[in-house]
Design a protein around this ligand. Structure first.
Ligand SMILES: [Zn+2]
Length: 224
């Protein structure tokens, strides 16, 4: 399973596009991916699904929340949103095309069990159908937060601060406070797309808000 598919070449030839090399470094080929779980349909999270019209993950089913897919895959919505969001519509159409043609897109509604031990958590705000994914095994949980947070040094301290890429700012701020409160209380691991490497860690209460405790890592990598 892969959570989000990266930007591919959506931001130009020199920005992003490193996901496949990172996957290979972790010991996986694109063909090994059975499921891509998309948190939401902003180009930096899905455009890497497809390259030159072909599915990058030929054996994968793409999971996406229904409200999210119905919004960004509907070209008539493009003119209803501010300028910054408009490129995502043609990007989504292109990225989804080979998967839709192969009947490999699975839309789900809200919070639901998708695969054994894997469930979505509805967190609309940043986008209409933004979803977290929670993975549970042997009493442990990890949550993948997508774009719940963009600026670590600001938004753990002040969860009410929003960015212009939040389609519904007030809802996005509410989701952030709720998620951080839950993670700090329960202590599970969190992965967040826009927190720099390792991007995985714990949320810890600090004063009236929170702080981020990154997971330990070694630049030497894992021993085989
Ligand atoms: Zn986003």
């Amino acid at each position: 399973m892969l959570v989000d598919a990266g930007a591919g070449k959506a931001f130009g030839p020199d920005a992003g596009g490193r996901l496949l090399n990172s996957l290979r470094a972790a010991g996986y080929r694109p063909e090994d991916i059975d499921a891509v779980l998309l948190t939401h349909l902003h180009g930096d999270h899905f455009a890497g699904l497809t390259a030159e019209g072909k599915a990058v993950f030929p054996n994968a089913t793409v999971y996406v929340e229904k409200n999210e897919a119905d919004f960004w895959l509907d070209a008539s919505k493009e003119k209803t949103v501010p300028e910054v969001f408009r490129p995502f519509f043609p990007q989504a159409a292109a990225a989804f095309a080979p998967y839709l043609a192969a009947n490999k897109v699975k839309k789900f509604s809200g919070s639901t069990e998708l695969l054994p031990g894997v469930r979505s958590i509805a967190t609309p705000g940043h986008t209409p159908g933004h979803a977290f994914y929670a993975v549970e095994s042997k009493g442990q949980q990890m949550q993948f937060w997508g774009d719940l947070i963009h600026a670590k040094d600001v938004q753990f301290r002040s969860p009410g601060v929003t960015i212009k890429f939040d389609l519904d700012s007030a809802a996005a701020a509410r989701q952030r406070l709720k998620a951080m409160t839950d993670a700090a209380a329960k202590g599970y691991y969190v992965g967040a797309s826009h927190i720099s490497f390792p991007g995985i860690g714990h949320v810890v209460p600090e004063g009236k808000a929170f702080t981020w405790l990154p997971a330990n890592y070694s630049v030497a990598g894992l021993k085989p």
